[in-house]
Design a protein around this ligand. Structure first.
Ligand code: ATP
Length: 577
């Protein structure tokens, strides 16, 4: 069962992947970190300067106070500039690392075998693309730079405290056990509390969608009262969990305040004794207290960010997990010699133990056209997808032009299915997906060959008209023509058209048939044909039933043989007259 779930990488592996990426941007990492260290060091000057002002006041020598104040302002300015340089460099570095991660993720996600995604659930993949990437992006933009900065300030302030007098550092350390206990306490609770709250708000949204989306039925059945009650209950539950989160935060910060009170009291008491014993000046004791007070912000921020970083690490493991799935491209990198298609002993099952293809052997000579016909569920689409390399056979092999299915081979085979996708954007860009360097004349020529020149010219902005979602709506037939034009532009060795012309009416069908014929000219073609007019044009017809080829031959031979195909043919012909 676990083999079916998309993999999740271990936190160690994820960290290693990030580390490798950071090493590609070593200079930026060093500059960013150095600037943050320098900024933290500059901030350390403030407390002793204030302390020395206290000493001057105690000694009633106000003369040099002015210089100290200027030095304070200077230190603040230097610190601000260095922190800005450090934070922005680290944030930019984070974006670069994130971009590289995303690219590798998308590359892998797109190259994943279809079976792998189906078994793992496309919902899982989608949530990794959306929620997990958003979670990691957020962390990279805000939490990570803040966390690094806070950690540096804390470390350097500790050094500063020791430099003033090690006994101040010991006193301050009294706060640590309470802080450590608090963060453990918080981490144990925050995960489940957030998870329940997310679930409750998802349930609330779902209820809204159901009640509002089904408003007509709700009213028709007089269920308004019940639905209002359902919504009220979900909103209440969600609200309760939100209040729970706020309460948890308040308790968290209350405990941290207690830690601060303990630490600050200890530092002040230590200062009192050390001043009394004449071991430090009042100014030094004030500086120690200020150092400790300056730690409040960074310590609280760090502890609070721990769970954001924990969630981000979990999301990162889910993103890196996808990049770790071995890709089928590992099978050599031979390029196909020509368009010869050879499938041997191809078996395939969607559900284990229920083969839908039972060891098929199919050979199509380069430049030949084969039509797959037969009743519904015979396995035509499955075979088409396997020949196109979109699905992998469970057993057997597919070779194109003598080469096993790999990335180089797949790039020379194009499959057009009934569910043609029109990408949102200018029509020209949609076509250029198949041939990025094609010029306008080549695009127009491809459109003319598939019979689309007329309607494209009639569009408001011709080939530059925005089509697809949010743009100009195309009819199913127009979308099919676009898909066929893309095949012409991609100029593959093998074109596989699966029901590509099934949706149109009779005039439309004739136009699309002609377009398909032009697309298949000069290359190897596989046609999944429901209309026998297409089968009649093919060099060879394979009749498929129950995952087997039950008849094979030229159209006229099969009609003359009077078998299964002849029956299907006469039934179809009769239906047309
Ligand atoms: N994604 C899938 N998951 C599970 N079973 C599937 C899937 N796709 C197809 N099948 C099953 O595999 C068998 C072969 O289906 P296939 O679509 O290849 O046949 P077909 O000959 O193309 O049929 P049609 O003409 O109806 O498209 C059918 O029993 C079908 O229910």
């Amino acid at each position: 069962m676990s083999a079916n779930v998309l993999p999740i990488s271990s936190p160690q592996r994820s960290r290693r992947v990030i580390w490798q990426e950071i090493r590609h941007h070593r200079t930026a990492a060093i500059i960013g970190l150095s600037a943050l260290i320098a900024a933290a060091a500059a901030s350390l000057v403030t407390a002793p300067l204030l302390g020395s002002i206290v000493d001057l006041v105690v000694a009633q020598e106000p003369g040099p106070v002015g210089e100290r104040v200027l030095a304070l302002a200077g230190a603040a300015l230097v610190q601000a500039v260095l922190a800005w340089v450090g934070l922005s460099t680290i944030a930019r570095l984070g974006e670069e690392v994130l971009a590289a991660l995303r690219e590798s993720f998308v590359q892998h996600a797109l190259a994943l075998p279809l079976e792998r995604i189906e078994r793992g659930g496309s919902g899982d993949l989608t949530s990794r693309v959306t929620e997990d990437v958003a979670m990691v992006s957020d962390a990279v933009r805000t939490a990570v730079p803040q966390f690094v900065q806070s950690a540096l300030v804390i470390a350097l302030t500790g050094v500063g405290l020791i430099a003033l007098d090690w006994r101040f550092a010991v006193a301050a350390a009294l706060a640590v056990p309470v802080q450590a206990g608090t963060s453990r306490w918080y981490m144990r609770r925050s995960g489940p509390v957030y998870a329940i709250s997310r679930k409750a708000s998802a349930a609330e949204q779902q209820q809204f969608l159901e009640s509002i989306g089904g408003a007509a039925s709700v009213r028709a059945f007089g269920l308004a009262g019940e639905h209002v009650e359902l919504v009220r209950r979900r909103v209440d539950a969600s609200l309760q969990h939100m209040v729970g989160i706020v309460r948890l935060h308040m308790r968290f910060f209350a405990r941290l305040n207690l830690a601060e009170a303990i630490g600050l009291s200890a530092v002040l008491v230590a200062g009192f004794w050390l001043v009394r014993a004449d071991q430090v000046t009042v100014g030094t004791a004030s500086a120690a207290a200020l150092y400790f007070a300056n730690l409040f912000g960074p310590i609280n921020a760090m502890l609070f960010l721990l769970d954001t970083l924990q969630s981000a690490t979990a999301s990162l493991s889910r993103i890196v997990g996808i990049s770790e799935i071995p890709l089928p491209a590992a099978i050599g990198a031979d390029s196909p010699r020509d368009g010869l298609v050879e499938a041997n002993g191809v078996r395939h099952a969607y559900v284990e133990g229920h083969d839908v293809l039972h060891g098929l052997d199919v050979t199509i000579p380069a430049g030949g056209t084969v039509a797959l016909v037969g009743g519904s569920g015979g396995g035509k689409s499955t075979l088409a997808a396997i020949l196109a390399g979109i699905r992998q056979p469970d057993h057997g092999s597919v070779r194109i032009g003598g080469a096993e299915m790999n990335e180089a081979v797949q790039s020379r085979v194009v499959l057009v299915t009934q569910e043609v996708h029109v990408f949102a954007g200018p029509l020209a860009e949609d076509l250029r997906l198949a041939a990025p360097n094609a010029d306008e004349n080549q695009l127009l020529d491809a459109l003319a060959q598939v019979g689309a020149a007329g309607w494209v010219a009639a569009l408001p902005e011709g080939i530059e008209t925005v089509v697809g979602e949010g743009g100009h709506d195309l009819s199913p037939q127009q979308s099919q023509q676009l898909a066929l034009a893309r095949v012409l532009l991609a100029d593959p060795l093998v074109a596989i058209l699966d029901e590509a012309t099934a949706e149109a009416g009779s005039t439309g069908s004739r136009e699309l048939d002609a377009a398909a014929e032009r697309v298949l000219a000069g290359r190897t073609g596989v046609l999944v044909a429901h209309r026998f007019s297409q089968a009649a044009l093919a060099d060879q017809v394979l009749v498929m039933e129950g995952g087997r080829v039950v008849e094979q031959g030229r159209h006229d031979e099969l009609v003359a043989a009077g078998g299964r195909y002849a029956k299907l043919w006469s039934a179809w012909s009769a239906g047309r007259h």
